[in-house]
Design a protein around this ligand. Sequence first.
Ligand SMILES: [Zn+2]
Length: 297
Amino acid sequence: MDTYIQPTASGLIASGTFGCVRNRGTRFHEGIDLKSIHRNRRNYPLDLVCAILPGNVVYINFNAGKSTYGRYVVLQHTLESFSYYSLYAHLNEIHVQLNQAVQQGTALGIMGNTSCAKIPLSRAHLHFEIGLPLGSKDTFHAWYSKQGFKEPNFHGEWNGMNLVGLDPLAFFKSGTDFLTFIKNQPIAFTLQIATSIIPHFIQQNQALLARPLQAEKMLHGWEIAFNWLGCPLQWTPLYGLKLPANTVYVLHCNATELSQHGCRHTLEFNRQGKIFLGHVLQKQLTLLFNTHFERLH
Ligand SMILES: [Zn+2]
């Protein structure tokens, strides 16, 4: 691990891996940081950054100052009824074009240290992420515009706030394809959600449906199983659900699975042990459904 993982200024190798690994476990890192192996005489990285799998270039940010990711490239990998992204950040050079189809191993650019937050050249690295976008361009825009951020959203739906990354090392170790990896994630909690909306997310990812949608019936809601990150893994359409509209009912919760990863703020417990919807989960539900939900007690 030490050979390839770039730690933060803390020097702790874990800080370059995925999860609640920063600031003594309180800060979440949504990808892995891979260090530079080859440098030129002026200490600039020479490492080529390559596509992990065939895909399409769906987004490029050329303006380093417009994102903590710096210059970054997003690939979309589309299978039948399922698509996911891989993201390559802090690049010094970009060698592909928007909408270009790439093969596994195509050079996307050269590793670097670009970011709107300064990264010293000595810690130049590739921030790599793999996961699922939650909202469509429209639902993400609707959420973003209500947050009171000073800057406009420069990155469409490929803004990091709309992306749920999963653990890249666990994925590579699994030896499976990404859909199987998602389906094998441990379930941390299951929600019933009262809404007739069929989100963009599940239209794009029908492979995550536990049962097919019945077009002739009126949809009353969803039962959705999540992993600890709040990544929606399995969707069951519900017909005949008797919950008030726009409410959420916590059907099942694996407290052990959730408590292993304290920094994520999905389902949380107050001091009395009562469950509540954490701010990350609230945000993710809003991005998925473009609606605010209240928890049903
Ligand atoms: Zn990183």
